[in-house]
Design a protein around this ligand. Structure first.
Ligand code: AMP
Ligand code: ZN
Length: 147
């Protein structure tokens, strides 16, 4: 059934399409909601059942979402992954695009939970190898940047 989400939320960003879904101004195929999060079908799925999990409160991406909202999103992602497996998927990919050059199109945080099926042929990432010394250097930079 195609229906709007009734959450009683009246705030958020006026022109953000995911805030509009939270406020019930745009329809979605809602799968689950709780106080802090909403899960609904991606309208252009990689596979049927591809679900987006968002915080109800607006932010932009992984770089500004507050830890409480991220924790709530992560827990809803876990629930959706389990639901997807129960409906017959052979596996699940979980992904998030953050900033334009990482493919983020909608600037409200959202985690993609994608059902996978044996032989569906989807390959998410090309792979490469590290050059001599590159892994050590990369790991050192990252370790020094973790706060
Ligand atoms: P991203 O590239 O990670 O920003 O992904 C945005 C996703 O939102 C895309 O997979 C779109 O198919 C999906 N999307 C955009 N508008 C809607 C909508 N109104 N309802 C459901 N999914 C949407
Ligand atoms: Zn928003």
């Amino acid at each position: 059934m195609y229906h709007s989400v009734q959450t009683g939320y009246t705030f958020g960003m006026p022109d953000c399409i995911f805030c509009k879904i939270v406020r019930g101004e745009l329809s979605s195929y809602k799968i689950y909601e709780d106080d802090a999060t909403l899960a609904f079908l991606d309208i252009q799925p990689v596979n049927a059942g591809h679900t987006l999990v968002i915080p109800k409160k607006h932010s932009t991406n992984i770089f500004d979402i507050v830890p409480e909202d991220w924790q709530a999103v992560a827990e809803t992602v876990r629930k959706i992954a389990i639901a997807i497996e129960k409906t017959g998927a052979d596996g699940v990919n979980i992904g998030m695009n953050n900033r334009e050059h990482a493919g983020q199109v909608v600037h409200h945080p959202h985690v993609h939970v994608i059902p996978r099926f044996k032989g569906d042929g989807l390959k998410l990432m090309p792979q490469r190898s590290y050059k001599e010394g590159e892994a050590e250097e990369t790991a050192n930079k990252l370790r020094a940047s973790v706060s």
